[in-house]
Design a protein around this ligand. Sequence first.
Ligand SMILES: NC(=O)c1ccc[n+]([C@@H]2O[C@H](COP(=O)([O-])OP(=O)(O)OC[C@H]3O[C@@H](n4cnc5c(N)ncnc54)[C@H](OP(=O)(O)O)[C@@H]3O)[C@@H](O)[C@H]2O)c1
Length: 210
Amino acid sequence: MSIAIIGTGNMAKGLAGLFSQAGIAVTLGARTVEKGTEAVAALGNGVDASDIAHAVAKKDVVILAVPYDAAADALKAAGDLSGKILIDITNPLTADYMGLTIGHGTSAAAQIADIATGARVVKAFNTLFAQVLQGGGKVGGAAATVFIAGDDAAANDTVADLVVKIGLKPVKTGALKQARYLEPVAGLNISLGYGQGFGTAIAPTWSGIA
Ligand SMILES: NC(=O)c1ccc[n+]([C@@H]2O[C@H](COP(=O)([O-])OP(=O)(O)OC[C@H]3O[C@@H](n4cnc5c(N)ncnc54)[C@H](OP(=O)(O)O)[C@@H]3O)[C@@H](O)[C@H]2O)c1
């Protein structure tokens, strides 16, 4: 198994670090050679980079790690994603990060699924701060929870397996429409972390789910 991550920013680096440490090769899809080179140098073994189209080619699993507002552009650069698992980690944040720009009747994940025709879109990782991922994926000494939502049960299972492989705890929440709930959970996490001053070493979990 090898995966592609579109983006070279904070989340891309956090996820690439966890996957590569678990022995899963990662190719980063970068907008510029400089950004790709810088990210690979920071991450070390098991990670390489190329332009976005080449990064996603021949990969079964692609993680979209760009701002929600850039998703359409990034997906256009990626090309045909039919049949691939596309993990959407985005949150549709307002400019001050203290609100969401869409919700209730839709979600960033639903909008992305509409654009990425034929891709098996799975929402995941959107409720975890990049700092938690870059710190190894533990919160208070326990594996951080990754909430998963998607319409393709096999794709959800594959993502859950990947989450276990990198030492985190998957919680499958149901169909992709559950992203309408998961994106506000991320919004609450951000407002607690930044607005209420609890910092970025926090993460939501759900008591009572083994
Ligand atoms: N940071 C967090 O703690 C966190 C937590 C959960 C979810 N998320 C979500 O994860 C996503 C990434 O966040 P981040 O913090 O990693 O952001 P970031 O550090 O700002 O990185 C964003 C990445 O997206 C790339 N990008 C921007 N516009 C693009 C475009 N039009 N086409 C292709 N690539 C483009 C950037 O490339 P350049 O460097 O070339 O500009 C960069 O590599 C966001 O949707 C965010 O809501 C973030």
